[in-house]
Every structure is written in C-alpha cells, then in structure tokens.
Design a protein around this ligand. Sequence first.
Ligand SMILES: *Cc1c(COP(=O)(O)O)cnc(C)c1O
Length: 389
Amino acid sequence: MQIPPFSLDAQISEIGVEIEEALIRVFRSGKYIGGEEVNSFEKAFASVIQTTYSVSCNSGTDALILALRALDIGEDDEVITSSFSFFATAEAITSVGARPIFVDIDPENYLMDLSLIEKAITPSTKAILPVHLFGHPLDMDKVMEIAKNHKLKVIEDCAQAVGADWGGKPVGSYGDIGCFSFFPTKNLGAAGDGGAITTDDCELAKTIRELAIHGMPKRYLHTNIGYNSRLDSLQAAILNVKLLRLNKWIEQRKEIANHYINKLSVIEAIRLPSNNLINNFGHSWNQFVIRIMDNSFVKNIKFTPGLDIDNENRDLFKTELERLGVNTIIYYPIPIHLQPAYKELGYKEGSLPVTETVCNQVISLPIFPELESIQQSYVINTIKEIFRK
Ligand SMILES: *Cc1c(COP(=O)(O)O)cnc(C)c1O
C-alpha cells in the first residue's frame, strides 16, 4: 500500500461538480477581480472566525505583511515570534524592515514558550506574533494579557489553524489582526495561492484593504505605497464551496488524530502531539506531528541505506516508513533562526535549544479528511512493526 502525506485531489469526488459550476459561473460573468464571489467569501469567512471584518489577499505571507504595515511596524521595530514555523512568518517581519526576535518553544505543544515572552520585550518591541503551528492554538488569554500589560500589538499567524479555537473562540479573533493562508495544503485550501486577514477594527480593515490595492482608497488616488495583493475571483469561488465543508473536514481530521493517538500511545519511543486533554481548546489538526525520541527501532530495520544511525534517528525512521509505503514530510527540519538567510541576526546553534532539538525529532504522519480507516491502520501497523520489541 502507498500512503501519500496529503492528497489535494481526493476532494474532487465530493465537490468537483460544484467547483466546476462555480468556476464557469465566474468565467462567464467576465468579472475576474473582486466582485460577488470575493465579497461573499469575505463576509462568510469573517463570520466563521467571529470577527467583524475580513479582507482577502493573495497569500498568507501577504496577510502577515499587510497586518504589520497596517499596524505601522517597520524600521527599528522588534516583533517577538517563534523560530519553529514556516519561513514566511519571519520573512514578513523582515520584509517590512522590522526585526524578528525568536523565543524558544514549549516542548509539550511546540508553540512559543509563554514564560519567555516578557524576557524578550525591549523598548523597541512593537508586537507579538504567535504562530498556531500545526493547528494547535496557543493560549491566547495569556498572550493578550502580556500584550495589554506591555502595550504591544498582537498579530496571529493562523495559516495552519483555520478552524482551531482557544476556549471556544476561534484563533484569529483574539489579536488585533489574524492572518490566514489558503495555500492548497492548509485546512481550507484554494487551487492556488490565497490569504485573508481578520479583525474587529474598522480602521485596520480599511487600511489593509487600501494597502492590498496599491495604497489606493479611491481610483487612481494613492495615499500609501502598497501592494498588488488580491484574492482572485476564481479562487474565492472555490473557497466559497469549500468553506461550507470546513467543519466536517476538521471533524474528520480529529477522528484520524484520535485514532493515531489511541493506537500509537503504546510506543514509548514516540512522543505524540499534546491532545485536547483539558478540553479548553480545539486543535484543527492541519498536521499530525510526532517526535522520535530514541533509536530503539533500529534493530528492527533490515535495510539501512548508509545513514548515520547515531544522530539521524528521525531520518532513518522516515526512510524506513517510505520503504514500506508510508510517505511523510518533515515540518520543519531547520529552524528559522539557523537558516542561512538569517545569518546576520546573530543566532547560533544552541540559541534556542528546545526548538533545535524538536526540529531534529519531528515527523508529520499522513493526515487529510479523505484518509480511509484502512489507510490509517496501515500507517499505525507499519509504525508498530518498525518499533516492535
Ligand atoms: C503557509 C504558512 C504561511 C504562508 O502562507 P502562504 O499562503 O503560503 O504565503 C505563513 N505562516 C505559516 C505558519 C504557514 O504555515
């Protein structure tokens, strides 16, 4: 059996016809920028995230850049964030001229360690940019309390967490601005790039809308140097169809996650994701990430293709899984602070020990709504086989 890490065309049988109809409708309308599909998507999305406003744009990266710009964050400003994220989180901060300040992560949930935020605040700090990585929400009550005490802005990176909630309230509704991505592999994926911001602040929504269209509040009047960052009408039409299924798809992800957790908890060498134990948050399971804690499985591998088994346990495990048909992805093998592009920030190996250790141990198991239970069982049994005593 071959199991892919994710499958984007698996949804075609469920929504293919509806999507085709929507696309033809837009194509025949002759309105390819803005229009009804974009407006109705923004309205529906704001209502899902429980904010007053949503403004769509071209990508999650652009959503972050637009949010930072709207909050007037730039040159000489510092933004506190996590190094254990997709590169775009920090890239957005740098591209507006500000400096990312990375705090280490909590080894339980892989999110920013809340106890380290206050120590990282300086007179230059303007904002906290939490990342709800893999769909696991950060404790937003805590983040908002710290931000309030220090008069900082909060921009939530919700790219992987559409549909996740903290205490019953959706992520993206806590901070000044929430940033979302509709990249195809996210829980709500377009057939291409797309993104959106959410906010309750009318002025911020207005500023972001203008910045996203060349800083142009009125046709050919430019009050700001902005961007060309819009959600295509065709992508909006696809997202309108998919948004109606989002809750159901997240429920399906939850079932898969619970299945994995129930069956894999017997393996001591695997650290499972922290689950909804205290029942005050909703994980949206964009990724199911485990950690390989030791090399107790090595004795069971027949075929070891020239890998260094002493410090490459995770990579060896991944290779063996692949040989047996289970294909996985590593999110993320190199933390942002150790990326060559960020050499000048001055971080070194050892700067963020928990982040660095976790990056060497994580591996994401296949998870997508259409993953059948026979496939889930194959993943589970294959892992059990590799770890058999
Ligand atoms: C995907 C992602 C982004 C960027 O979104 P794009 O739509 O690909 O630009 C930002 N942050 C995180 C955590 C992401 O996973």
